[in-house]
Each structure stands twice: as C-alpha cells, then as structure tokens.
Write a protein that binds this ligand. Structure first.
Ligand code: NAG
Ligand code: NAG
Ligand code: NAG
Ligand code: NAG
Ligand code: NAG
Ligand code: NAG
Ligand code: NAG
Ligand code: NAG
Length: 460
C-alpha cells in the first residue's frame, strides 16, 4: 500500500502537467470521491435524460445505475446529482408508484421491477432527499420507502404456488419469453427487499416472508449451502417442477442472496442461523468471483469475452451487496473489505481508457483498460471503488434511527385501482387463453384490445 502510494505520487509528478487525468486512485476519501464523480460522469454519457439510458441498455440497468449513484451521494456527501436522480426515479415510478410505468407494460419482468425496488430501499436507508411535489409533473409524491413497499407488495402478490412449490416467475406477463422460468434474480430481489423492509421497520411480517422466500430457494436448490462451496444457480423452467437447473453462476445472484442474508442477520439481532448462512454464502462467492490475486471478475463470461450488456454490469450489484454485508455483519468486515480494496485498486487501474483518459474496462486483472467500455463497465468500477467509503460513514438507517425518518405505508401498491383491476382482468384472460393453447399472436391481440378498451373506457 505504502509503496503503491509513493509510486503513484512519482508517476503523478511526472505526468500531471501533461494530461488531465491519469489512472484513478483508491486512497483517501476525497480522491475516491473525485474519481467516482468522473466515473459517474462517464456513466451519464449514456443517459437519455428521462430516467432511461440509451439503447442497447435496458430499463432495469437505469434502476441499477441510479441506486449506485444515490449511494454515492451519501458516501461522498455530494448533492450535485440529487435533482437528476429524483427526476429519474419519479419519471419511471408509474401511475401507482410501483415502478410499472406504462412504457414498460409489455416487457417488464419481476427482476426489472425488483432492481428498482432495491434502489428505493437504498434511497430510504441512506435518507436520500425526498422528491418535492411537482417533480416530473407529479403531485402527492410519497417517500421512497413507500414506493419500495409498493414494489414489494405488487411482487409478493405474484407468488405462485401452482408449480415448484412456490416462487416468482421470471416474467410478470404470460406473453413474454421466460414466463415459464423461475429464477434466482427475481426471487432474490423479493428476498432482499423483504429482509430490508423487515429491518427498516423492525416488522416480523416482512422477516417471515423473507424466510419463506429463502426457504423456497433452498427447497428448489437454486441456493445450495455448505461450508466449502455454496452455490447460487440461475434458475429452472417450471416444465419439470424446477428440476432442470440452469447451473450457471452470476455474481449478482450471489450478491443479492448474500446481501439479503446479511440484512436478516442484522434484523434478527445477530442470530447464529443467519451468521452461518452469511458465512457459507460469502465463502461460495469468494471462491467463485475472485481470482488468485483477489481481484473480482465475472467468471461465467469474462475470460471468454462473451458477457452481454446486462452481464457486464453484474459486478456492480455484487460490490454494493458486499459493501452492505461488511456493514451489517462485523465478523466478516475485514475479510470482505480486504477483497474489495484489492479489487477497487484493480478496477481503478482499468479506468484509463477512452478519449477522456478515464474510461473503465471490463477486465480488471491488468491495471489497464482492456478495450471494453460501456455503462456496465462504469457501474462496476463505481460500485467497487465507492464500497470502500462506507466504513467511515453512518450505518444504514432504519425507521427508528430518528423521528424524521420516512414512515412508509404497508398497504402501498395493494389498492385496487382501476388500472390494477385491468391488470387482474388481463391476467385472468391470459390464463384461460393459454390453457386453451391459442397462438401467441391471438393472445397478444386480445391483450391489446383489452388495453385499448380499458384506456378508452377511462376517458369516460
Ligand atoms: C476515509 O476517512 C476515514 C476517516 O478520516 C478513514 O478512517 C478511512 O480510512 C478513509 N477511507 C479511505 C478508503 O480512505
Ligand atoms: C460532486 O459531484 C459532481 C457531479 O458528479 C462533481 O462534478 C464534483 O466534482 C463532486 N464534488 C466533489 C467534491 O467530489
Ligand atoms: C433524514 O432527512 C431528514 C430530512 O432532511 C432529516 O430531518 C433527518 O434528520 C435525516 N435523518 C438522519 C438519520 O440523518
Ligand atoms: C407532497 O404532498 C403530500 C400530500 O399531498 C404530502 O403528504 C407530502 O408531504 C408532500 N411532499 C413533500 C416532500 O412535501
Ligand atoms: C415440486 O417442487 C417442490 C419444491 O421443490 C416440491 O415441494 C414439490 O413436492 C414438487 N412437486 C412435485 C409434484 O414433484
Ligand atoms: C431484536 O431487537 C430489537 C430491539 O431490541 C427487538 O425489538 C426485536 O424484536 C428483536 N428481534 C428479534 C428477531 O429478536
Ligand atoms: C493481461 O496481460 C497478459 C500478459 O501480458 C495478457 O496475456 C492478457 O491478454 C492481458 N489480459 C487482458 C484482459 O488485457
Ligand atoms: C408489518 O407489515 C405488514 C405488511 O407487510 C403490515 O400489515 C403490518 O401492519 C406491519 N406491522 C406493524 C407493527 O407496523
């Protein structure tokens, strides 16, 4: 560390006069914050300005990006991006504050909605400034945790015991590819949200629901715990009752389950059951996603250079969950923090590409940009580097932290508004039609006509 600092210093002396920025550093809170501001600027190069990022980035990745940036506002005590972030969230919140905006009606999955939900929990736990009424033209804007509850309640209502003994399907809508797939990310988001709401409100109902989701993940073997090499797999189709496992491993799946377990550990006042699970999950994650030098990587696709745009962002959610885990589970603090430190240095080394001289890469092993760049690369470096700051900032807040914390609304998202009736109707229609094995085009036609009829009806 010392040697590294001196080297950096000499290099800086040599090069500073000639270039605007060199490779980023991970020493000192102020310089980390200056660096993460640059990295965020790089991410925002892909921003369209309406709560969404440019194609080819999907809607969910906006949710991911804004969550990391909200975390940054807290860690760096920098409010410069507050109004951009408030606007982005409110613009995508949907009519019922449940993050099912009309623009995504036909394509949104449980995992997409869930990731936005995680971002809302971060806003609540980091006491991110509320959006003023009038933001993005909306009135009666609730607090962030109320919106997280709306996301959670709408997701939990989709718990489906008709196959595999329970679980959420990947997709919300029958007409989308993946409706017959149950997976770890959708259910992991549900588990993570339940654990966080349970901790935030000190409410046993959420904690019991978190237990239920976790037990199910164990039951179907998407999550396999043991002391040596715990596994977190992707998911399985319902065709064979979730037994035909897709046994591939993504860092964000490990992160979301490990993070949820860390919240459970904290919410259950350091129960030995959850400590044991957290330990087992961390060992599995450590084995799967760090190389011999202790540097984080996406093992499923990074070496083969086959990661798609989604997969290239996964290390960011993984990093954020490792950060929360070290905060919530003191016995693991040093071990996780050391791994994050090594990885953050490596990540910063990769941020020396592009015209701006600080564009981050995908592979962090070589201390230099590997030729890859994009929103995912920026977010992974951001998540990993800023994770180092959390240990010197206040803990994740709860409703009881002080009297001014957001109070939430347990019934958010459960009201039967006209649009959710419409949704229920749609769902029924779809189930009946699907049972009859009618072609997908016909199904879509029915859906569209109901949607159109619905909106026409609403005009009167
Ligand atoms: C941030 O500052 C605190 C307190 O000044 C210090 O203990 C900590 O090591 C710093 N963190 C980093 C990553 O430099
Ligand atoms: C705060 O954030 C803004 C916008 O990202 C950035 O320009 C500025 O440098 C940051 N300030 C500090 C002190 O890091
Ligand atoms: C959260 O923000 C509110 C409004 O700014 C403030 O009154 C409250 O004290 C903050 N809570 C904490 C724990 O800082
Ligand atoms: C927005 O309006 C609602 C009532 O319509 C109120 O409860 C809420 O406190 C207002 N939000 C802010 C941030 O002032
Ligand atoms: C389907 O899977 C669930 C979860 O593993 C199990 O509890 C249930 O018994 C299975 N049902 C059948 C018919 O195999
Ligand atoms: C943990 O401790 C808090 C405060 O002492 C208490 O309210 C809560 O019921 C406890 N939770 C569990 C699961 O033991
Ligand atoms: C890293 O460096 C090694 C040895 O110089 C080289 O073989 C490898 O291709 C490099 N990897 C990347 C991702 O640039
Ligand atoms: C706990 O949360 C549930 C909803 O998930 C709600 O019905 C209940 O009122 C809450 N309990 C308390 C004490 O706030």
């Amino acid at each position: 560390m010392k040697v590294l600092q001196i080297c950096n210093f000499i290099v800086l002396l040599l090069i500073a006069p000639f270039t605007e920025s060199l490779s980023l550093t991970t020493t000192g809170n102020a310089s980390i914050c200056a660096d993460t501001a640059l990295i965020q600027q790089g991410a925002l190069d892909y921003y369209s300005g309406d709560g969404e990022f440019q194609a080819p980035y999907y809607w969910w990745e906006g949710g991911l990006a804004f969550g990391l940036m909200i975390e940054n506002t807290f860690l760096c005590q920098n409010t410069s991006l507050d109004s951009l972030l408030q606007n982005a969230l409110i613009q995508q919140s949907g009519d019922n504050w449940d993050f099912m905006p009309a623009s995504q009606t036909m394509v949104e999955g449980n995992d997409d909605q869930g990731v936005w939900g995680l971002t809302l929990m971060t806003a609540a736990e980091r006491n991110f400034s509320r959006a003023a009424n009038g933001t993005a033209g909306r009135k009666n804007i609730p607090d962030w945790v109320t919106m997280a509850q709306a996301v959670y309640n709408t997701m939990y209502a989709r718990w489906d015991t008709s196959t595999c003994g329970g679980g959420l399907r990947w997709q919300i809508y029958t007409w989308n590819n993946g409706y017959n797939y149950k997976n770890t990310i959708a259910n992991g988001c549900l588990f993570n949200l339940a654990a966080r709401l349970g901790r935030y409100f000190n409410n046993d109902t959420y904690l019991e629901q978190a237990e239920k989701v976790f037990d199910w993940l164990i039951d179907v073997k998407f999550v396999q715990l043991n002391d040596g090499s715990s596994k977190v797999y992707d998911g399985a189709t319902i065709n064979n009752n979730c037994t035909d496992m897709t046994a591939i491993e993504w860092s964000y799946n490990y992160g979301i389950i490990l993070g949820g377990a860390a919240y459970m550990y904290d919410a259950t006042n350091a129960s030995s059951t959850w400590l044991n699970r957290v330990n087992q999950l961390w060992k599995g994650a450590d084995t799967a996603f760090f190389n011999d030098d202790g540097i984080m990587y996406e093992q499923q696709c990074q070496a083969a250079k086959s990661c798609n745009n989604d997969q290239r962002s996964f290390k960011s959610l993984f990093s954020m969950m490792l950060e929360y885990t070290y905060l919530l589970v003191p016995p693991l603090k040093d071990e996780i923090y050391n791994k994050l430190t090594t990885s953050a240095e490596a990540a910063a080394g990769s941020c020396d590409g592009g015209y701006d001289g600080h564009t981050c890469g995908m592979n962090w092993f070589n201390s230099t940009n590997d030729g890859y760049y994009g929103l995912g690369e920026q977010l992974c470096a951001l998540g990993c580097i800023q994770s180092l700051l959390a240990s010197s900032r206040p803990d994740l807040y709860k409703e009881t932290t002080n009297e001014y914390m957001a109070k939430g609304d347990a019934s958010a998202g459960t009201q039967t508004s006209s649009s959710s009736n419409e949704e229920a109707l749609l769902e029924n229609q779809m189930t009946v039609t699907n049972g009859d094995k009618v072609g997908a085009a016909f199904v879509t036609a029915i859906v569209l006509s109901i949607l159109i009829a619905g909106s026409v009806a609403m005009l009167f």
